[in-house]
Design a binder for this molecule. Structure first.
Ligand code: ADP
Ligand code: GLC
Length: 499
């Protein structure tokens, strides 16, 4: 079977522009559109949270009965096309499970206590919906722990109905695994012997991702370097042994970025367009950012931006600290300005806010703002990503496109997309460091600022070099199409699975 026409059911908890907390939403949207352009028949299913506006959704099929361990749950289903193409996005509606503002939780309750049940209904409901639509996917592509049950259902209670459907599970973030009390297993609608037999048991708790990793025909993560990293104890989050066991089924496929959304020549969020041939619009973006942040409008002062979920993964612990965190040292010793946009865990938010109250050249905006994210990518000279781990990372690719040089830790997708500056030759596209310590962050920001003042021609050449790079979705989508094909072949050649 050629990939062209292959039917792919994406199951995800996020998709831009309907629901997003981070890069997952961008990735699922851009990949789906790129696959559609390659001729695949892609459809996406996610819950209808309150944040998804029902206006513009078209009801499809009748009430959908979704089996769970505690009886049937009835959902409504509606549909909207994914902007930028014709990929249908189906929303499962259930007031009790999804009628809330949060995707995974709220500030007070970051992980809703019924998340195992909520996302079990997403996975089983997506398969029920496919049946109701009389559309049998060749492949189910599940994203992260919220969709990890789908391959398990395909291998067990839904196996007879979907005997030829292969499964691919993409790990976007191994740090989140969907771990709940074992009592939650009762909601999943699976026989008890699968609690151990399908690998749900995890140190006495229920682990949804672990079972998904065992069940999926193929596994991917979002950069080649991270595919190797997660097989080590340092980055494996207790899954490294299992991932080494499945190493021959595990692939690293680098995310692309959506160049229609992130295009400095055509961006409604910045004051003037710019390109690598003419960077004058970038200077206007910098001035607009400084002005909006209440910072002195100084074209010659280096501006370091950061747009991030504010969580430990992103190195916030090393940035903060009243006197020994790198941010305090950087802002008090260097002639620069720092602007941070983010939302996240309350300890990160309050540490950053407290630093900002004491440092006149630091601004912290605790909001989720698409507009400001674009202005920061465009108006900054450097973008900082001191990640503890970074499966792919999208911001460094956005910033390269906007002539903003990444200052990043050499890990995961950051290592795969940023080439370190070489003072001797002027080569490179950014500034890399290895150890995640306040000192290393301080030194590397210092190195970038040194280059800004002392090697301006090299910095300018690096900016333009970065702007010419293309992390296009076309190649990555073609790679996924190949993997789908392979997953189907695997499934067809396989004897029925016994656990
Ligand atoms: P992750 O998925 O781990 O959060 P990525 O770099 O892959 O990291 O993606 C982060 C995405 O979320 C980017 O599109 C970034 O611009 C966006 N983002 C993060 N925080 C904010 C925020 N406060 N406001 C607007 N966009 C944000
Ligand atoms: C995750 C990762 C990030 C990646 C994104 C999209 O949230 O933390 O590195 O870019 O997923 O795949």
């Amino acid at each position: 079977m050629a990939a062209d026409g292959l039917k792919v059911l994406m199951i995800s908890s996020e998709i831009v522009p309907f629901a997003k907390t981070g890069g997952l939403g961008d990735m699922v949207s851009a990949l789906s559109l790129a696959l559609e352009r390659l001729g695949l028949d892609v459809r996406v299913v996610l819950p209808r949270y309150y944040s998804v506006d029902p206006a513009g959704l078209r009801p499809v099929v009748g009430p959908l009965g979704v089996p769970t361990g505690l009886g049937e749950v009835w959902c409504a289903a509606s549909e909207a096309p994914l902007p930028g193409g014709n990929v249908p996005v189906y929303f499962l509606d259930h007031e009790g499970l999804y009628g809330r503002d949060g995707i995974y939780g709220t500030r007070q309750e970051p992980d809703y206590r019924d998340n195992a049940a909520r996302f079990a209904v997403l996975c089983r409901g997506a398969l029920q919906l496919a049946k109701a639509l009389r559309w049998t996917p060749d492949v189910v592509h599940a994203h992260d722990w919220p969709a990890a049950l789908a391959p398990v259902y395909l291998n067990s209670v839904e196996g007879a109905r979907f005997p030829r459907t292969g499964s691919v599970l993409t790990i976007h973030n191994l740090g989140y695994q969907g771990v709940y009390g074992r009592d939650q297993f009762a909601h999943l609608g699976l026989p008890w012997e699968l609690y151990h037999g399908a690998g749900f048991e995890f140190y006495g708790s229920l682990n949804l991702l672990q079972a998904g990793i065992r069940a999926a025909d193929l596994l991917t993560t979002v950069s080649p370097t991270h595919a190797l990293e997660i097989q080590t104890p340092e980055y494996g989050w207790f899954m490294d042994g299992l991932l080494r066991h499945r190493a021959s089924d595990l692939f690293g496929v680098l995310n692309g970025i959506d160049y229609d959304v992130w295009d400095p020549e055509n961006d409604p969020h910045i004051p003037a367009p710019f390109s690598e041939r003419d960077l004058s619009g970038k200077a206007l973006a910098k001035a607009a950012l400084q002005e909006e942040m209440g910072l002195p409008v100084e074209p010659g002062v280096p501006l370091v931006g950061m747009v991030s979920r504010l969580v430990d993964q992103k190195g916030v612990g090393e940035l903060c600290g009243p006197t020994h965190g790198s941010l305090y040292q950087i802002c008090s010793h260097m002639a620069l300005q720092v602007v941070i946009l983010g939302t996240g865990e309350s300890w990160c938010e309050s540490e950053l806010q407290s630093l900002a109250s004491r440092l006149p050249n630091l601004r912290v905006v605790l909001q989720f703002s698409e507009r400001l994210a674009h202005l920061i990518e465009a108006g900054s000279d450097f973008i900082l990503m001191p990640s503890r781990y970074e499966p792919c990372g999208l911001n460094q690719m956005y910033s390269l496109r906007y002539g903003t040089l990444p200052i990043v830790r050499r890990t995961g997708g950051l290592a795969d997309t940023v080439e370190s500056y070489d003072e001797a030759t002027g080569a490179g596209t950014g500034f890399l460091f290895d150890q995640l310590t306040p000192r290393a962050i301080y030194d590397t920001v210092g190195w970038a600022v040194w280059a800004y003042f002392n090697r301006p021609e090299q910095v300018d050449a690096m900016r333009r070099r970065g702007m010419r790079l293309r992390f296009s979705w076309e190649d990555s989508a073609a790679h996924y199409a190949e993997l789908y094909q392979w997953a189907v072949d695997r499934r067809l050649g396989r004897t029925p699975r016994t656990w």
